[in-house]
Design a protein around this ligand. Structure first.
Ligand SMILES: [Zn+2]
Length: 304
């Protein structure tokens, strides 16, 4: 077989410094020589935000996983550690638009019960067939989509032509939970296996439709005139991610115990009570299921 094309893959961890599942898995896979299990891949690992990992914080100055829009990567004057780190990563793996990396897998965790959440930022045959394949071979996979939210995406994984986020929860920030670690490892290995089989010439042709949860809005914690929070998420909603919510359903409970109803349109909730979003006041994200038609993914060899 000739030299495989499009075989440069990078698995990224520690994009958020307090999501340590990926950080520990990278070290584990390097110690275990995982690269030797994927002979057709040029497989690399990257610790994305080492300073935030060291400080056990999500970020130092700004959220690194919001720094990868082309217009920001091309602006050297933006302040903050993560802005310069994003430019370094773009040099290492990119540059975005003509990247020397073909596929990026970025590992995250959530404090919400997001299960094995496969986050798509593109809806082409490659990404949809990969997500459908993961749903078939792994338990507990939910596919969510950020693809419609922005044309020039700000995620790290947008540097390469192909990329996704694997975000598993629930696990506390800065902590490990074997169930979350195993689900993250299984999903990553399944992605690498799919990718290696694809560049070796396999066609993937799951048929029908793929259901993805598509985000369209957020709900914010209630606050008083001075900006202080006045309510918590209703206890019955905790860890009920992806469940439907309808107008009149309890959403919050104030500090005296009085329930407060949801007033928006019928939706599903995700990232319920996500600790990483408290700094923005976000209580949960709103999404709705959407069915995307699956088309076969031809082998990359057929395109040459
Ligand atoms: Zn994260």
């Amino acid at each position: 077989m000739a030299t495989p094309i499009a075989n440069r893959v990078c698995v990224v961890g520690g994009t958020h410094g307090n999501e340590i599942t990926g950080v520990n898995l990278l070290a584990h896979w390097q110690a275990q020589r995982l690269v030797e299990q994927f002979e057709s891949l040029d497989l690399k690992f990257l610790l994305a935000n080492p300073r935030a990992v060291k400080d056990n914080k999500r970020y130092i100055d700004v959220d690194l996983n919001r720094c990868f829009r082309l217009q920001d990567l091309n602006n050297p004057n933006l302040p903050g550690y993560e802005r310069s780190r994003a430019c370094e990563i773009n040099k290492l793996l990119g540059p975005k638009g003509r990247a020397k990396t073909d596929f990026i897998i970025d590992l995250h965790t959530s404090t919400a019960n997001m299960r094995t959440n496969i986050v798509l930022i593109k809806h082409d045959a490659f990404h949809l067939q990969l997500a459908a394949h993961l749903q078939r071979v792994l338990p507990d996979v939910v596919v969510t989509s950020e693809a419609e939210l922005m044309p020039d995406h700000h995620f790290l994984c947008s540097i390469a032509e192909r990329g996704l986020v694997i975000e598993v929860g629930p696990v506390a920030q800065g902590a490990l939970d074997f169930r979350v670690l195993k689900a993250t490892q299984d999903a990553t290995l399944a992605c690498l296996d799919f990718y290696q089989r694809w560049i070796r010439g396999e066609t993937f042709a799951c048929e029908g439709e793929l259901e993805v949860m598509s985000y369209f809005d957020k709900v914010y914690f209630p606050r008083d005139d001075r900006g202080h929070m006045t309510a918590c998420i209703a206890p019955e909603l905790l860890y009920q991610d992806y469940a439907p919510i309808n107008p009149g359903d309890p959403l919050f409970v104030d500090f005296a115990g009085k329930p407060m109803a949801y007033e928006g349109e019928p939706a599903h909730l995700a990232f319920i009570n996500e600790a990483a979003y408290y700094d923005q006041g976000i209580a949960a994200c709103l999404c709705r299921p959407k069915k995307l038609p699956l088309t076969p993914l031809e082998s990359p060899w057929q395109k040459q």
